[in-house]
Design a protein around this ligand. Structure first.
Ligand code: MN
Length: 220
């Protein structure tokens, strides 16, 4: 009898699970909205997290509901969706990218200012030094033409690489594993810095928590 129950359970539970409607939720911020001031204002967080990310999320959930996608996760959509201009790709990637971006931020008093251990070794190995990495990453973020994201990721061969992705781009599409992203869409800094992206990037490090990146690196 117990075997019969188990067979029924393991046969039907995955089906029930797979047909459950997939709804993505707004990630919880690790900080108060005004905690990143003066580097990133409460007004920017309210707008960027509360309006822009929420709008992408609402859009994504609506599309997924409409398309009857029940088994996909965000990373699969980002990696496999054929068209990076497609609205499903854009919504999925913008939700993933923004969640990844906000997760790295922390008030200056709590943020870890320097990487250590294996992450620092990998950075030194790939870029020569931490200082050189920062110069190259800032250069990528500043020089990206138009809207997009600067990334640090790990390639298949284990080396770290800095890339620029326009619009909703994500290095997972090139089989890289993301470690850091910096949103350089104008909406992420315009309220605080107007068109001075250089100042936004310089101040970004003041609220950037390397302990988050160390954890990501250990999980790769
Ligand atoms: Mn953004």
């Amino acid at each position: 009898m117990i075997f019969l129950v188990l067979i029924v359970f393991y046969t039907f539970v995955p089906i029930i699970h797979k047909t459950k409607k997939m709804i993505f939720e707004l990630p919880i911020l690790n900080f108060e909205k005004n905690a990143l001031e003066p580097h990133i204002s409460a007004q920017t967080i309210e707008f960027h997290y509360g309006k822009i990310l929420r709008a992408h999320l609402t859009n994504l959930n609506g599309l997924i509901d409409g398309l009857k996608i029940v088994t996909a996760d965000l990373a699969s959509i980002i990696k496999e969706y054929p068209d990076t201009n497609g609205v499903l790709f854009r919504s999925a990637a913008q939700v993933w990218n923004h969640s990844f971006y906000f997760e790295q931020l922390s008030p200056t008093s709590k943020a870890k200012a320097m990487p250590e251990g294996n992450l620092l070794l990998a950075i030194n190995e790939s870029f020569g030094s931490f200082e050189e990495f920062k110069i190259l990453f800032e250069k990528a973020a500043i020089s990206l033409f138009g809207s997009g994201w600067a990334w640090l990721s790990q390639k298949k061969d284990g080396n770290l690489v800095i890339t620029q992705e326009t619009n909703a781009g994500n290095p997972m599409r090139m089989n890289c594993k993301p470690l850091i992203t910096c949103d350089v869409w104008e909406h992420s800094y315009f309220l605080d810095y107007q068109c001075r992206r250089v100042d936004y990037i310089a101040n970004f490090w003041n609220v950037f928590d390397w302990s988050v990146i160390e954890k990501r690196f250990e999980l790769l």
